[in-house]
Write a protein that binds this ligand. Sequence first.
Ligand code: C2E
Ligand code: MG
Ligand code: MG
Length: 239
Amino acid sequence: SLVAELRHAVEVGDLVLHYQPKTRLDDGRVEAVEALVRWNHPTHGLLYPARFLPLAEQTDLIFGLTTWVLERALDDLRRLPPEIHVAVNISARSLSSADFAEKVLAELEHMGVPAQRLTLEVTETALLTDPPRAAAILEALDLCGVQVSIDDFGCGQTSLGYLSSLPVHELKIDRSFIYDMLDNPAHAAIVRSIVDLGHNLSLRVVGEGVETSPVLDALRRVGCDEAQGFLLARPMPVD
Ligand code: C2E
Ligand code: MG
Ligand code: MG
């Protein structure tokens, strides 16, 4: 019954996007926000992606959901200052669908949003479903100016060789290394190493899941470029 309800929700747009800022660590400016989908369920209230994304991924509903998210995020972007970029999370299924790049580019054109204002966040796992196809999709999007960010970086199974062959612009350090980096020397070392790796490859590095000021200070000290987390801002409606 949840699948039937979700299908209805995607069709009539009973979904909501909340936006979480990515804050620059040198001057505190926000240049990008990440779109995070929620389902406004008639009886259960606001549901988080963990409750319904797996269902969407197991069915074809993920395609309609991704289209809805992309359209809404680009529409909302037109109401935000021109220097703000938006990041949209992309599922594994989308990255293995042949016409995905064309669909994204058509949507950008339809909405009149420059491709440079869109970043796609993909996980390492999503890149591995069909690596040649994922690479072709990301290359086609990169040629037009869309940026690519590797989400939850450090806990997937992608080889560094494969990653370095892709047009990637940003690494987001997985929350699991960030939250205890002050108590766990191994995690602190991993965070430092990812920042160095990113910078040596000319990539922007973002720390996610920052909940305390000491962790934020530690990220600043290791030279991380941007941070995201409840300390800085929770995901919030566009208004
Ligand atoms: P993600 O892309 O890694 O997003 C970060 C998640 O961490 C979000 O959870 C966010 O609310 C949460 N978060 C942010 N700051 C903090 C913090 O300081 N502490 C803690 N504990 N959590 C924090 P959310 O919104 O529940 O999303 C979960 C995942 O669902 C996302 O992880 C993303 O993989 C996926 N997702 C969300 N929206 C979409 C979407 O539109 N399409 C697709 N395909 N996936 C989505
Ligand atoms: Mg993300
Ligand atoms: Mg993440």
